[in-house]
Ligand binder design. Structure first.
Ligand code: SF4
Length: 289
């Protein structure tokens, strides 16, 4: 099945604001909900509603965390550090400083929690991170034109009908010649094709609605910046067209997903793609329905 939504990042939980309290099931424990919904939570529900239930409703601790997820978050943190230095008016950080951020990000997950694939050790992944961050420093994406307005900027607002606020975290927001540019950084096993970028584009299109609410009247441009994890690292940009009809479709699908969440129908969606990195495999096996 092709998902509407892109591969999610670690994300905040789904929730309902007091103003939207009527959206809650009567038996939804209020201390377990927040007053927003994230794109990644919606995406997770689409991929496997039971995994969504374990994470956001039962709030089970993860049995393990895939090394690929830990790696992606740590790379993200290193890149965030780079742009934070630029925003502060400082010189770009040296590779060692970026690697230190990578390692700090990695160490946020307890070592015994991390599930490595058979083909890669921590050392292998550190070497890969070194190559990827060096390639990032050498590429023009590390020296973006214009003024940086925000890094990991949180925006939220009501963009999905009959659902709580959507909460977005923008990797990089800058202004170039009167246009706001939203950049979302991804790591991927291989370079993205145009089709892969198109499949992931709904996330950014929804985010563009939040940017419009915050900066009305300004032109907006959306892009993915993808760092491949191949032996020779490739960094590509993919522009995302802001298409009104597509945005409307995405909003309606998100609304339906939210309605399904409210209905609380959870069931396993077993597939190698879903289950290989699932942190709740034991809970799933023990689930009695
Ligand atoms: S193991 Fe697979 S089916 Fe079970 S909860 Fe995880 S992703 Fe869903």
């Amino acid at each position: 099945m092709i998902s509407l939504f892109a591969e999610p990042r670690a994300s905040p939980a789904v929730s309902v604001s007091p103003a939207a309290g009527s959206l809650l099931n009567a038996d939804t424990p209020r201390e377990r909900v927040r007053d927003y919904v994230s794109f990644s939570a919606l995406s997770l529900f689409q991929r496997c509603s039971l995994r969504y239930h374990f994470r956001y409703v039962a709030q089970l601790p993860e049995e393990s965390t895939a090394a690929s997820l830990v790696f992606g978050r740590a790379i993200h943190r290193a890149i965030e550090h780079h742009f934070t230095e630029l925003l502060a008016g400082n010189a770009p950080p040296e590779l060692d400083a970026m690697l230190a951020e990578f390692n700090s990000g990695w160490d946020e997950t307890p070592a015994q929690q991390i599930a490595f694939p058979k083909t890669a050790s921590r050392d292998d992944l550190t070497q890969l991170a070194t190559r990827m961050l060096a390639a990032f420093q050498d590429s023009d994406v590390s020296q973006p034109r214009g003024h940086i307005l925000g890094i990991e900027e949180e925006l939220r607002g009501r963009v999905i009908n009959d659902a709580p606020d959507l909460l977005a975290r923008l990797d990089l927001l800058r202004e170039v010649d009167g246009t706001l540019i939203v950049s979302d950084f991804k790591t991927s096993r291989s370079a993205w094709s145009a089709d892969a970028a198109a499949d992931a584009a709904d996330q950014l299109r929804l985010y563009s609605l939040l940017v419009s609410q915050r900066f009305p009247g300004l032109k907006i441009r959306l892009e993915f910046v993808v760092l491949s994890k191949a032996k020779k690292v490739v960094i590509t940009r993919h522009d995302v067209a802001i298409d009104a009809a597509r945005i409307e479709r995405t909003k309606r699908i998100a609304q339906r997903v939210w309605q399904a969440i409210k209905a609380g129908n959870y069931f396993p969606s077993v597939s190698p793609l879903n289950c290989g990195t699932c942190p709740f495999q034991t809970a799933c096996r023990n689930w009695t329905g």
